[in-house]
Design a protein around this ligand. Structure first.
Ligand code: DP6
Length: 379
């Protein structure tokens, strides 16, 4: 026997950030978080999983290269998923070895939450393979398996706007993601990802957040305000109130990076380019006299901008004016959803002063809010 399923899963970028674990083994967070699921035409993981009685061991290939399955996180995900699905069907297949082939349609380690999409995709594909039918009745159990691969992965199981409630129980069974609103709720929402650097990052988020928990006093303050922040963000999304959504997004990103600076030794994820992007965004909002665009940064220098569809052409023209594409490559500078090109407004430009030579943005990915994982082939 041989069976194979292929699924895709999206990237999610948090607007209220997860940073810190109260239990490292079970991957339980010190605060709740909230993210936006992005469009899969632009950013997704794709995973095929196959079972056969002829496979002599579990094996895995990532972007064409064989990787060890003997990492604690992969083992956890395989073990937990099999355990949680064990009542769903077919005992013999659950005992067979699995081959996993996974690839991203964007550079790995770009600081673009590739591991979240990857783990979510693996768990989702396994759930389809082992025959969890139709609407996954106990999706919470799958979310728990995702979370054991990488905390933020549990938010990639849903489309739209997704909260990961931290939960209170020691065994982590109440720490999982819920959809706050589907993608159709706010269809005008757009994202521009300004890729500054697609090299592997310095300090991984797992290690970074652990050091923060051990050493940062500011972090103690952060955890006390997060419930309120989650409530305010949820309300802003429900009301489609962009200025509030944007301001909270920027404040939360800034506090995450302040907490990183308060970590000892300090952790720097943003670069000069990141800080210039922050200045540019605030200057644009000053011109509009309203928050029209918001930035957020994860554990890396890339900026993720949130804004509404109608503002994309003007904002993009300004970003490209201040961060012109380098001439030497034939590659497209802006990829993803197409945008009507508008000439940059010289009046806007004259009101913005940035430092000279801030450094380059490599390319820009334009996408929108998207759905959760998809099955490409039936079992
Ligand atoms: C800054 O989910 O990568 O992107 O649970 O240790 O795998 P582990 O960490 P991970 O952390 C993501 C941190 C973040 C913020 C966020 O996505 O909420």
């Amino acid at each position: 026997t041989f069976r194979c399923v292929t699924c895709t899963a999206p990237v999610n970028i948090a607007v209220i950030k997860y940073w810190g674990k109260r239990d490292e083994k079970l991957i339980l967070p010190t605060n709740s978080s909230l993210s936006v699921t992005l469009g899969q035409d632009e950013l997704r993981a794709k995973t095929s999983v196959a079972v056969s009685k002829d496979y002599t061991q579990d094996r895995m290939w990532l972007n064409g290269k064989e990787q060890s399955v003997n990492t604690p996180r992969i083992q956890n995900v395989l073990k937990e998923t099999r355990k949680r699905l064990s009542d769903s069907q077919n005992e013999t297949e659950l005992l067979q070895n699995v081959h996993i082939v996974s690839e991203n349609n964007f550079p790995t380690a770009a600081g673009l939450a590739s591991s979240a999409a990857g783990y979510a995709c693996l768990v989702y594909s396994l759930s389809q393979l082992y025959g969890v039918k139709g609407e996954i009745s106990d999706i919470a159990r799958l979310l728990l398996s995702c979370r054991q691969g990488s905390g933020s992965a549990c938010r990639s199981i849903y489309g739209g706007f997704v909260a990961w409630n931290m939960g209170e129980l020691e065994d982590g069974s109440d720490s999982y993601a819920v959809q706050v609103a589907p993608e159709a709720h706010w269809p005008e929402m757009r994202t521009l990802i300004l890729v500054v650097n697609d090299q592997k990052k310095d300090v991984g988020s797992t290690e970074g957040m652990q050091t923060t928990i051990e050493t940062s006093d500011l972090m103690k303050h952060r955890v006390t305000i997060m419930d309120r922040r989650m409530e305010a963000m949820t309300e802003a999304i429900k009301k489609r109130d962009f200025p509030t959504f944007g301001k909270l997004t920027m404040q939360d990103s800034n506090q995450l990076h302040a907490v990183c600076l308060d970590t000892y030794p300090p952790i720097f994820y943003m670069t000069d380019v990141s800080r210039q992007v922050i200045r540019l965004v605030h200057a644009i909002n000053d011109i509009y006299e309203e928050v029209k665009v918001a930035y957020t940064f994860d554990a890396g220098p890339n900026a993720c901008l949130y804004l509404l569809e109608e503002d994309v052409p003007r904002v993009l023209s300004l970003v490209q004016h201040f961060f012109p594409p380098s001439q030497d490559k034939g590659e497209k500078f802006v990829t993803g959803l197409s945008v009507p090109e508008v000439p940059v407004c010289s009046k806007d430009v004259s009101k913005i002063s940035l430092q000279q030579n801030p450094g380059a943005i490599k390319y820009i990915i334009h996408t929108k809010v998207g759905p959760g994982p998809q099955v490409l082939t039936d079992p």
